[in-house]
Design a protein around this ligand. Structure first.
Ligand code: IMP
Length: 197
């Protein structure tokens, strides 16, 4: 089966490709010849994921899936959550977002947080949502150079290092995105027909 993955984020593409079974082929937006900045205007990850998938399905007329991810910090009542990408303002960098988040947590004992991913699959016009959650905590300072986004300050439960100090395989063994992708793949495996497209 072939699916278009509605993202321009190369890190997400690598992570998703690394957990796919050989029977599932992912086409990126660039490979599909689509060049747009997909909007994320809504208040929930679910609504953003649905809109992204619908936008791309309309443009390419193919089965596709999208994902939206947020970092939900307990002491900040779930912030930055759905606003994770724009936490420090439009056009700011991941490093700016990290600085803002660490600043907001200064002096707080409760560092618990979780990454939450929502995937929206549009298959033959039907919509299917899958969620993946990775519980963990926010480090005292940024540490590590791998990964992307908030990886340098997120330590998943069961580990003593940040995502940014892990190989892709190690991050996958904990990650929200991998858990949501596992659910998508398990769903596809329940379908009766082997599909070509
Ligand atoms: P979006 O899903 O592309 O909207 O991402 C929201 C924000 O969370 C962006 O700032 C991303 O860089 C960040 N983000 C998404 N997934 C991850 C992840 O797996 N690790 C670290 N940061 C992430």
């Amino acid at each position: 089966m072939t699916l278009v993955f509605a993202t321009n984020n190369q890190h997400k593409i690598e992570e998703v490709r690394s957990v796919l079974p050989p029977s599932l082929n992912i086409i990126t937006l660039r490979e599909a010849g689509i060049d747009i900045d997909i909007p994320e205007p809504h208040d929930t990850l679910e609504a953003n994921a649905r809109e992204k998938a619908a936008t791309i399905a309309k443009m390419c007329g193919a089965n596709c899936f999208s994902e939206d991810t947020g970092l939900e910090v307990t002491a900040l009542d779930g912030e930055p959550g759905v606003r994770s990408a724009r936490y420090s303002g439009d056009g700011r960098s991941p490093a700016d977002n990290i600085v803002k988040l660490l600043g907001r947590l200064e002096g707080r004992n409760n560092r618990s947080a979780r990454f939450r991913t929502v995937i929206c699959l549009l298959l033959d016009g039907s919509e299917h949502l899958f969620e993946g959650i990775c519980p963990g905590r926010i480090a005292d300072a940024a540490d590590g150079a791998d990964g992307f986004g908030y990886d340098p300050i997120f330590i998943p439960d069961g580990s003593s290092t940040t995502f940014a100090r892990m190989s892709l395989a190690e991050k996958n063994s904990y990650s929200h995105r991998r858990k949501a992708m596992d659910k998508l793949v398990a769903f596809l495996n329940t379908l009766p027909l082997k599909r070509e497209s």
